[in-house]
Design a binder for this molecule. Structure first.
Ligand SMILES: [Zn+2]
Length: 254
């Protein structure tokens, strides 16, 4: 198991990677997004040197607000075009797996229509990603529509697409994160870990919400031994480092 942390895309990317490297993480979950981590601001050579200096692996991550499921065709096509600009940079950085987020069209359109819009975009995206030697992972977000049923349809329709499980998102709307693990473990390639109380997507440190981490990690460990990102949004990054120790400890114990 490898533990990673994301750079904050609105902060200086060099300083962010240095913090991640200095604090002993195994990899960077590289959030290439507006407004400090956009393709035109990335110094590929400098980043590669940093990854080497700190012995960091890299997993790619794109903006969660790209409208790949919009009812407006022009916006879906624009989202694809925008993503391709990022694929180029990930390829130059030697990244293999990149996250694309779910996107839903809003209440006038049904979830089934949202599934269709996303499948259309994702089919095009996996083909484009191939040209850059990238594999795409689908990360469900924090809406009611991000349930096992809808995700199953999308993953079944696109065999080349992998699964990225965000445990915090999978804990909302009375869902059970373990159900997602049991159902999709064959396609699972990456995880985001954070806690909440089952109502809002709070991105809390481990143990600060209602998730039973010991029970959950025991199930996860049966199927998975890959990259795990602590996607904890806390001003005090000591909370992140405490979560890192807690995760390591639990993983060994279970
Ligand atoms: Zn996430």
């Amino acid at each position: 198991m490898k533990i990673g942390f994301p750079n904050h895309p609105r902060k200086n990317i060099i300083e962010e990677i240095e913090w991640i490297g200095k604090n002993g993480f195994d990899f960077v979950d590289l959030f290439l997004e507006e407004d400090q981590a956009v393709p035109e601001k990335i110094d590929v050579g400098k980043l590669k040197q940093l990854f080497k200096n700190y012995n960091l692996d890299v997993v790619g991550h794109t903006a969660w607000y790209l409208p790949i499921g919009s009812p407006i065709k022009f916006l879906r096509e624009t989202a694809i075009k925008e993503l391709i600009r990022y694929f180029e940079v990930f390829n130059k950085l030697g990244v293999e797996f990149v996250t694309i987020h779910a996107h839903w069209p809003g209440i006038i359109f049904s979830p089934k229509e949202g599934v269709i819009f996303q499948i259309e975009s994702l089919r095009k995206l996996v083909k484009e990603a191939e040209k850059y030697n990238l594999k795409l992972m689908y990360e469900p977000i924090d809406t009611f529509n991000d349930n096992v049923e809808n995700i199953s349809i999308i993953l079944e329709e696109i065999p080349e697409l992998f699964f990225h499980l965000d445990i915090g998102h999978a804990n909302l709307f009375n869902r059970k994160p373990e159900e997602f693990i049991e159902k999709f473990h064959q396609k699972l390639r990456h995880l985001h870990l954070h806690d909440n109380f089952g109502k809002e997507d709070l991105h809390l440190p481990l143990g600060c919400g209602i998730i039973n981490w010991e029970r959950l990690l025991k199930i996860l460990k049966k199927y998975y031994d890959g990259t795990i990102t602590l996607e904890i949004f806390s001003k005090d990054r000591n909370n992140v480092l405490m979560s890192k120790e807690k995760l390591k400890e639990l993983w060994q114990k279970i």
